[in-house]
Design a protein around this ligand. Structure first.
Ligand code: RIB
Length: 298
C-alpha cells in the first residue's frame, strides 16, 4: 500500500521576532533562516520518517531544486514533481518568543498544477492507496474527484481554509484533519463536539480528527457505520517553534492508519512526534525520526 501526497513545497523565510509586527510598525528580527517547508513537503517528510512508502506530487519552481532533493534524501519518491516556469512557492514566517508563528504564503509554483498532471499522476496509483492533501495547491476539487473515482482513500487537511474549499466534495474524503478553528469554519460550530456532530450528520462516512492545541486531539473514526472515538492528551513541552507541528501529526497519524495500528496508538504516536517537533526550530528540519518517537514513548 502506497501513499501519495499531492501538495505544496515552500521555501520558508523565517524571522525570529520579539513580537509579531504590528500595522505600521518596522521591527528588527533577532535572527533569520531559510528552511525547507510547505504543508505538503512537511507531511511527506513526516510520512517517510514515520516509515511509510511515500510519493510527493506537485511542482518545483525557480529556486526550489533543494526541496526535491530533500524529499529524495528522506526516501520520498519524487517521480511526480515536474519543474515549472514560476517562482518556487514560499512563506514568510515570524516566530515569536513563545514559539508561536504567523505565516504569509506566496503560492508561486504550488499554483501551477495542471489537469494533465493530475490525470498522469493519479494513473500510477490504485484502489486502496492513500492520498494526502492540503489546501496550498490549485486543482484540489479535480484531484479529489479523480482519486475518489479510482478508489483511493483521501485524507484532507484543509489548511489554509479559504473559499476555494467550497468546490471540494467532502463526502468523497475518508479523513478530514482539522484544528478547532477549521472545524468551526467548515461545520459552523467552534465547539469541537458539536462540530463533529454537524460534520457527521452532513457526511456520515467521513472520519474526523480535530487537534485542540494544548488540549490534545480527538479522533472519530467511522467504519461500517460504527463510530470509534479516541481522545489523546497533549504531551507537555517547552515550545521553541510550533511550525509544522500539525504537519508532523498528520504524517505520523496517516502512517499509523496505513499500518493498521489501533486508533489509540496512531493518536499517541502522532501526538508524541508533534510534541518533539515543536521543541526544535524550522518546519521540515524539526520532524523527528520514527526511532526517536518510539524511544520517547517506550
Ligand atoms: O504548516 C507549516 C507550513 O505552512 C510552513 O512550512 C509554511 O511553508 C506553510 O506552508
Amino acid at each position: 500500500m502506497k501513499v501519495l501526497n499531492f501538495g505544496s513545497l515552500n521555501l520558508d523565510y523565517v524571522y525570529s521576532v520579539d513580537h509579531f509586527v504590528r500595522p505600521g510598525e518596522t521591527l528588527s528580527a533577532v535572527s533569520q533562516a531559510l528552511n525547507p517547508g510547505g504543508k505538503g513537503l512537511n507531511q511527506s517528510i513526516a510520512l517517510a520518517r514515520a516509515g511509510a512508502q511515500a510519493s510527493h506530487a506537485g511542482c518545483i519552481g525557480a529556486g526550489g531544486e533543494m526541496l526535491k532533493q530533500l524529499l529524495a534524501d528522506n526516501g520520498v519518491d519524487t517521480t511526480w514533481l515536474p519543474t515549472v516556469e514560476a517562482l518556487q512557492g514560499n512563506a514568510v514566517i515570524q516566530v515569536n518568543r513563545d514559539g508561536e508563528n504567523c505565516i504569509l504564503l506566496f503560492g508561486g509554483s504550488n499554483q501551477c498544477v495542471t489537469e494533465e498532471q493530475v490525470a498522469r499522476t493519479l494513473d500510477a496509483f490504485e484502489a486502496g492507496d492513500w492520498l494526502v492533501l492540503q489546501n496550498e495547491i490549485n486543482n484540489l476539487p479535480l484531484i479529489v474527484d479523480t482519486a475518489y473515482a479510482k478508489g483511493l482513500r483521501i485524507a484532507l487537511n484543509p489548511s489554509p481554509y479559504d473559499d476555494r474549499l467550497k468546490d471540494v466534495d467532502f463526502g468523497k474524503l475518508s479523513w478530514l484533519l482539522v484544528n478547532e478553528v477549521e472545524a468551526g469554519q467548515i461545520s459552523g460550530s467552534e465547539e469541537p463536539e458539536e462540530a463533529w456532530s454537524l460534520l457527521h450528520a452532513r457526511y456520515p462516512a467521513l472520519s474526523v480528527l480535530i487537534t485542540l492545541g494544548g488540549d490534545g486531539s480527538v479522533a472519530h473514526r467511522v467504519e461500517g457505520g460504527e463510530v470509534e472515538t479516541v481522545r489523546q492528551a497533549a504531551f507537555p513541552v517547552k515550545a521553541v517553534d510550533t511550525t509544522a507541528a500539525g504537519d508532523t501529526f498528520t504524517g505520523y497519524f496517516i502512517s499509523g492508519l496505513m499500518e493498521g495500528l489501533p486508533l489509540e496508538t496512531c493518536m499517541r504516536r502522532a501526538s508524541k512526534a508533534s510534541s518533539i517537533s515543536v521543541t526544535r526550530p524550522g518546519a521540515a528540519p524539526s520532524i523527528p525520526l520514527r526511532a526517536e518517537v518510539d524511544a520517547a514513548l517506550a
